[in-house]
Unconditional design. Structure first.
Length: 150
């Protein structure tokens, strides 16, 4: 099945829209534009956006260090949730990581973010451990991991 999304690397011109999606998704805990600009410089090949009908509706940010990659953040615009954008981004990320020789993909997700945990489990992520107080508000995270080449 062909994806309804165009997945591409994030460009500098995308940062305002990425910031809008980030704020709508994470509120007070949202990353700021400067942090996204820094990540674009350091992890740009794995900073992806999903476009649908010419509009950015989601982004994914990952960084590769050696054979291990970290999924830093994924967010989908509220009006586009549940339509496959996050899955399309994860599929593209995994293909890109395989081409770069990555072996594992790690992430931390908020314990109470059930929708995200279910998505990651669907993609073969397994719980590694609970991370108490990981988030700025004191909320706990769950460290998850999966092999890239499955």
């Amino acid at each position: 099945m062909r994806s309804q999304y165009r997945i591409r690397r994030a460009a500098a011109r995308d940062l305002d829209r990425i910031g809008e999606i980030e704020t709508a998704s994470f509120g007070r805990e949202a990353y700021d534009r400067k942090l996204f600009a820094d990540y674009r410089r350091t992890c740009g090949a794995l900073f992806l956006v999903a476009e649908r009908r010419g509009k950015i509706c989601a982004y994914l940010l990952s960084c590769l260090r050696g054979a291990a990659a970290e999924l830093v953040s994924v967010a989908v615009a509220p009006e586009d949730r549940g339509k496959g954008a996050a899955s399309a981004l994860l599929d593209s990320l995994l293909r890109r990581l395989r081409r770069r020789g990555a072996r594992r993909l790690h992430l931390i997700v908020r314990v109470r973010n059930r929708a995200a945990r279910e998505l990651y489990e669907k993609f073969g992520f397994r719980r590694v451990r609970r991370v108490p107080g990981y988030y700025e508000d004191g909320g706990d995270g769950i460290a998850m991991s999966r092999p890239v080449d499955v």
